[in-house]
Design a protein around this ligand. Structure first.
Ligand code: SF4
Ligand code: SF4
Length: 55
């Protein structure tokens, strides 16, 4: 199961910088996680100021 970023995302970019496999990129309105690349480490959830990445 990959993490997913909810609509609560404020596009700060912190999670993309912390993802060890580069699975997070900027989307049109929120950041997006490439489910095929995510290794479920939880770093994005730990970093996010608004709790947008969910397992
Ligand atoms: Fe990247 Fe880990 Fe978040 Fe998956 S759970 S998107 S690997 S930081
Ligand atoms: Fe969005 Fe949270 Fe990532 Fe910032 S850290 S871009 S608010 S998901």
């Amino acid at each position: 199961m990959a993490y997913k970023i909810s609509e609560d995302c404020i596009s700060c970019g912190a999670c993309a910088a912390d993802c060890p496999v580069g699975a997070i990129s900027e989307g049109d309105s929120i950041y997006l996680i490439d489910e095929s690349a995510c290794i479920d480490c939880g770093a994005c959830a730990d970093t996010c100021p608004v709790g947008a990445p969910q397992a």
